[in-house]
Design a protein around this ligand. Structure first.
Ligand SMILES: [Fe+2]
Length: 168
């Protein structure tokens, strides 16, 4: 793992301290995003952005809960970008362009229309791969997600192997 991602993970764990459920969530999303990105042969810069965004993608949840009493996707998209910017600036070493793209991705990761860019697409797929399990999404809904939202071959394969095909 890239050292910057390791440091961001540690900072994000501290940000979410005491909330093991959310911490475990973003760790899984990051791992799956990194895996799909590598299998899809993203260039270095895009892989970097994707992994960074995956680590901080749900950073808006706590502020949303405090402000609106809700952790719904829409509020997270509103509150997340600023929180991510603060954290990334505190850590330092990110360009304005990188922060800008990560903020965009956080602000859109629950929006499945007009997905533009491999970082965006893969972040959405990785989040679904984890949420299907955590939210106990039913098999027919998984099939729907597979044909309507998933685009990468690696993401589709992971989704099929995790949730659609049976072992026996
Ligand atoms: Fe998420």
């Amino acid at each position: 793992m890239n050292e910057k991602h390791a440091k961001l993970i540690a900072a994000m764990v501290r940000y979410d301290k005491g909330d093991a459920k959310r911490i475990q969530h973003f760790l899984k999303v990051h791992d799956l995003a990194a895996t799909i990105g590598k299998l899809e042969k993203l260039n270095k810069d895009t892989q970097f952005i994707l992994e960074t965004a995956a680590i901080v993608h749900d950073i808006g949840i706590h502020v949303s809960e405090q402000k609106y009493g809700s952790s719904s996707g829409k509020y997270q998209e509103i509150e997340g970008p600023t929180e991510a910017q603060k954290l990334m600036e505190e850590l330092g070493g990110y360009t304005e362009e990188q922060i800008g793209r990560v903020k965009y991705l956080i602000g859109h990761h629950h929006t499945y229309k007009n997905i533009e860019g491999m970082d965006y697409q893969i972040l959405v797929e990785a989040d679904f791969l984890v949420n299907i399990y955590e939210d106990e999404i039913k098999k027919d809904a998984v099939e729907h997600v597979k044909s309507n939202i998933f685009k990468t071959e690696s993401g589709k394969q992971l989704l099929t192997d995790m949730y659609i095909e049976e072992l026996f």
